[in-house]
Design a protein around this ligand. Sequence first.
Ligand code: GN1
Ligand code: MG
Length: 381
Amino acid sequence: MSSDAPQRAPDPARAAQERAVAEAFDIPGRFVAARPHGSGWINDTLLVEFDDGGRRTRWILQRINTSVFRRPEHVMENVARVTEHQRRALARRGAADADRRALRLVAARAGGFAHVDPDGGWWRAFHYIEATSTHDAVTGAAQAGAAAEAFGRFLADLADLPAPRLHETIPRFHDARARFEQLAAAASADAHGRLAGCRRELDSALAREPLVAKLERLLASGALPERVAHNDTKINNVLFDDATGEAVCVIDLDTAMPGNALYDFGDLARRAATRAPEDERDLARVRVEPALFEALVAGFLRGAGRCLADAERRELVFASQLMTLVIGMRFLADHLAGDVYFRIHRPGQNLDLARTQLALLADFEQRTPALQSIVNREIRG
Ligand code: GN1
Ligand code: MG
């Protein structure tokens, strides 16, 4: 799980706190060090080193962002159930190396899997999966296909998760109508006087209302079964094996909850059908590559196997447009609201992120006939 998080200035108080948190988990040996890890927009993630009788071991420590996840206990319950179910599926198909193929929570010494620190912060720890890396942008078709297969298999593996229904850790998370309305509300409030600087982007997003309406029609028709979805299928939520490039494990399970297959394929295509960084400022570079899209479709169908219904397969191009719009609307709404949700790294980044999504959406739309032929061909297999 390697990645390049920003360096931090030394801070003894913070170091002591991180050590105390790490020691609250059932990790054998002596704490050595902790440093920031990964590039998520939501939680704080640390890579922690322990010394276990002369052997260095590594662990992931994560503080759940409780202003985003209001019920962290629900997140923890979902993650525990999902990973346990993945392990059962891995055992059933006799997967080699099963310990690297699903996240493993570490028990807290006080019981359960969460540790609540004296400031009320919610922490959990995972076994680190050695010899793997994440990629913030896709590097080629083989990698895109491998990621898509992993997310497709995630749907298949979770398709028979026993009741009860998982918690909705963020209510209406991918509810396109709600996201559309939130954007319109943020624009009319214009709390930070930013509307004048993004009116074109706003108009362009609001003009896509027909995509929102189409999702509603599909949901109402019953063509899209509710299923346990990952709901955050960015390429950087997959660990790739350093030696083989294989997609070993899907991570970031905080939004694994009821959803549908279109959300997962669409969000994946949003990030992996283009090589452009998520916040690319040169919009001429934000283009869909048909070869990447084809690899995504093939990989996703392969991974999901028989669990997908015909209507889900047929709508993969629509899914890509929909999710690019939905996440674009969220970035734009957050820009208008004063950057309160995504932990951006520089002023204006939310607007850049919104612009790339809108540019990508326009390219998906323009290529619809060609991309749909790819889907049709892959469905016929
Ligand atoms: C957030 O945490 P991270 O970076 O994996 C967000 C996703 C967005 C994504 C956009 C809980 O994911 O929904 O698609 O940023 N997660 C949450 O990059 O809001
Ligand atoms: Mg993530």
